[in-house]
Each structure stands twice: as structure tokens, then as C-alpha cells.
Design a binder for this molecule. Structure first.
Ligand code: ATP
Ligand code: MG
Length: 415
């Protein structure tokens, strides 16, 4: 026997038993996004490496150490997408699909990051990615946040906290950056190796550090919120009014910065207290400079990514359950019944029902399989039924009442 081959570390299978909950989550998300006018699109999972280096910034965690990069057979450098926004913006520029005006789009699919695998953190994970392209906001920023509140409600997730911040415009960030560097230099002895490395390349990211030894120093760092210019300050104030009007509670977290270079003004995260250390289920913000950075016309935009696996953990923590539930398991006994069952199964499907056709064998073992299948009804075809041209419909829930019915009545009954 050959050795078994296992999945790659940090890349998980989604097994059939877990899938119904996953699908329920996807159905709800799709429905809510469509309610707000977001249209589905899909981009490739592989893109030129340069797209992410230019789009995300060279000194981001993702580009420095998390990307899966490889050469294809022509020697071109390609990357498995470590996020979805850059690909969507590339596509919008390439196909000029904003020529008619702004557009709301969403996508879902796998994302790849070489990170240390743990609960809520994987090397292949799935994201819903939602983007409002060509909108200056702040109404659309607020709309995205409120849309997520609606999604949590529709999924029955009650415990989730919203944090918002503004990281200002480029000029605000430049002024803040200088103050930050000066402040960190003053506290150089407390900085860890990562922070020292970032001091001049990406000091904002030091604020995001989880190192306990640096927390009180970080607490005292100059706040970007105190540096906002008038335009960014007004934008942020208006965002907060819209959230208040919608009755969506938030906490202003002046240390919230997010990992990628392309953000400006609004940033936000939705955090669950119930899923362990990797607690952000959705995060995003505004990225008004990204189109230009990727060779497009200046186009303001706002978006967020939502991690499906983490959302699933939150859903489970909230007691969410779903199981596979076909309408019918078709049990048949005897040779004549076999062919009748084959025909009946297709007729039941013609009526829109979900039907598992049993493989024959003893009546008892088939009934066991019917029970285990999760189906709502067993439809039984034996010799009696064949000679009467009827079907026995037996409920697999509750007391298990059963009736012998003609096909049309059986369909009505099951529906
Ligand atoms: P984190 O701070 O947890 O690393 P991030 O800021 O890197 O998150 P984003 O790039 O904003 O995350 O991605 C959006 C969402 O995707 C996150 O809020 C999270 O739900 C999910 N996510 C990010 N990285 C992973 C991962 N390695 N495994 C599973 N889900 C992830
Ligand atoms: Mg990360």
C-alpha cells in the first residue's frame, strides 16, 4: 500500500457535514448584499505578483512574508491572491466597467496567505469581498457597515462589536507619521525587532502590534484622529451621524489602522468576542488612491473583506446549526419495484423535490439508511405499491405516520 497523501498544512477541507451551515451563511450574505445593490463578479485566483506589490505596498506583512509566489513555465512571477480588492480594481481598470458610473460589486472565494496556522487563521481561507467603486462616501462607507449589521442579525449573531476609525488623508498621515517616528524614537528601548524594522518604513503598523510589552507605550502614541484635516474630519463626523441614525452602535478605536497601505479615511472592523484570539470577522475601509496606484483614473472607493471561516465560528458560537435535508429517500424492494422506483424518483424531481434513490437490499437496512440520510420522508415502493400503482409516504419526523398515495397526491403531501 502506498503512503497516504495529506492536505497542505493550513489548508482545510470543508466536509459534507459542515457544508450546510456554510451554505446557509453564503445564502444570507448573497441575499443581503443584493438587497443593497451589490452585483457579483469573479476574478482569477492567480494574478501577476506585481499587482499585489504595487497595490498593497512593499512593506506590508502580506507582501513581505505572506504571499505564495511562484514562477510559471514562462518565468513570469505569479501570486496566489492574498486578498481580493487589488484584483477587482485591476479588472475595473482593464475592462473600464465604471464608464457608466459607480458600481457596487461583491465576490467570494479562496484567499492565500502564508501565516502560522491556528484557530481562525489558515493558509487558504475564504473571503466575501465587497467593494463600492467610484463612491466618495461617507454614505456608502456607512451603508457597508450597516449592511453587515443586517447580515449579523439575519444570521442570528448578536454578540459582535463594531470599531471605527479614520486614518485621514495622505497629508494627514504624513504629519502624523513624523510625530509617530519621533515618539517611537523616544521610546526606542521598548521597541521589539519588528517595530524597529518598521520604524521608518511603516511606523503606522507598529500601532497594530500585539506585543504585550509594547502596549502601554503604544497607548501613549500620537493619535491620527488628532491630526485629521478638515475634509477627513468632516467625512468621519458624517459617517458617525449615519451610523447613529441607523441605530448601529460603534466604538471609535483610534489605534485601528489595518494592514494594507491603500487605506485612507474610514477604517472599520467587526469583532466577535466568542471565537478566540483571531476575532475580526470583517474589516475594511476606504481606499481612494488605489485605482491610480494601479494605473487607473482617480476613483474613490470603499470595501471590506469578511472571513468565512471566522464567521462560521461566530455562527456556531451563537448556536447556529444546519443539516443536509433532502425531501425524500426512496426505498424499494423487489425487482419490479426497482424500475418503478427509478421512474418515480425522476418524476419526484420533475416536481422540484430532492430525492435520494436507495440502492435496494433488505427493507430494514434501507429504512435505516433513510433515517440516517436526513430526509424528511421515506417513499416506499414494494410489491403492494407496484400492483396498486401507488407509493407509501412515511414521515421520518415525529410519530412517523404513513399513507399510501397516488404519485400526484404524494407530491402534494411532501410539499
Ligand atoms: P488579521 O488581523 O486577523 O490578520 P487582516 O487584517 O489580515 O486580519 P484582512 O486582510 O482585512 O485581515 O482580511 C479580511 C478578513 O479575512 C479578516 O477580518 C478575517 O476575517 C479574514 N482573514 C484574514 N486572514 C485570515 C486567515 N489567515 N485565515 C482566516 N481568515 C482570515
Ligand atoms: Mg493578517
Amino acid at each position: 500500500m502506498s503512503a497516504k497523501i495529506q492536505a497542505i498544512r493550513g489548508m482545510e477541507d470543508l466536509l459534507p457535514d459542515q457544508s450546510p451551515l456554510w451554505q446557509r451563511l453564503e445564502d444570507h450574505a448573497r441575499r443581503v448584499f443584493e438587497q443593497y445593490g451589490y452585483r457579483n463578479m469573479r476574478t482569477p485566483i492567480v494574478e501577476p505578483t506585481a499587482l499585489f506589490v504595487r497595490g498593497l505596498g512593499e512593506v506590508t506583512d502580506i507582501v513581505e512574508k505572506e504571499m505564495y509566489v511562484f514562477e510559471d513555465r514562462n518565468g513570469e512571477s505569479l501570486a496566489l491572491r492574498p486578498e481580493a480588492t487589488a484584483g477587482i480594481v485591476r479588472s475595473a481598470i482593464e475592462h473600464n466597467f465604471l464608464y457608466n458610473g459607480p458600481m457596487r460589486v461583491w465576490t467570494v472565494g479562496p484567499i492565500f496567505r502564508y501565516e502560522r496556522p491556528q484557530k481562525g487563521r489558515y493558509r487558504q481561507f475564504n473571503q466575501f469581498d465587497v467593494e463600492a467603486l467610484g463612491f466618495e462616501g461617507p454614505d456608502v462607507d456607512a451603508e457597508q457597515i450597516v449592511m453587515l449589521a443586517r447580515l449579523w442579525k439575519s444570521l442570528g449573531i448578536a454578540r459582535v462589536e463594531l470599531q471605527v476609525n479614520s486614518i485621514g488623508d495622505a497629508s494627514d498621515r504624513k504629519a502624523h507619521r513624523e510625530k509617530l517616528i519621533a515618539y517611537f524614537e523616544k521610546h526606542a528601548t521598548v521597541l521589539d525587532e519588528d517595530a524597529r524594522r518598521r520604524l521608518h518604513s511603516n511606523p503606522l503598523r507598529i500601532l497594530d502590534s500585539k506585543n504585550p510589552a509594547m502596549q502601554s507605550m503604544i497607548e501613549g502614541a500620537p493619535r491620527i484622529l488628532d491630526q485629521l484635516g478638515d475634509a477627513a474630519a468632516e467625512h468621519f463626523a458624517a459617517l458617525k451621524v449615519l451610523l447613529d441614525e441607523a441605530g448601529v452602535a460603534y466604538r471609535v478605536n483610534s489605534r485601528l489602522v489595518r494592514g494594507l497601505d491603500y487605506y485612507n479615511r474610514t477604517v472599520f472592523e467587526w469583532v466577535s468576542p466568542d471565537i478566540g484570539a483571531q476575532s475580526t470577522i470583517a474589516g475594511g475601509g476606504r481606499y481612494d488612491a488605489l485605482f491610480e496606484q494601479l494605473g487607473g483614473k482617480p476613483t474613490p472607493a470603499c470595501g471590506f473583506g469578511m472571513g468565512v471561516e471566522r464567521l462560521l465560528l461566530a455562527l456556531q458560537a451563537a448556536g447556529g446549526e444546519s443539516s443536509f435535508e433532502p425531501d425524500v429517500f426512496l426505498v424499494h424492494a423487489g425487482e419490479a419495484a426497482g424500475i418503478e422506483a427509478w421512474k418515480a424518483s425522476e418524476k419526484l424531481r420533475d416536481a422540484g423535490l430532492c430525492v435520494i434513490l436507495g440502492a435496494g437490499g433488505s427493507f430494514k437496512s434501507q429504512m435505516k439508511k433513510a433515517d440516517a440520510s436526513g430526509a424528511r420522508y421515506a417513499v416506499i415502493l414494494g410489491e403492494d405499491e407496484v400492483s396498486a400503482a401507488k407509493l407509501t409516504v412515511k414521515s421520518l419526523r415525529g410519530a412517523g405516520e404513513q399513507k399510501m398515495l397516488a404519485l400526484r397526491e404524494a407530491i402534494e403531501h411532501i410539499r
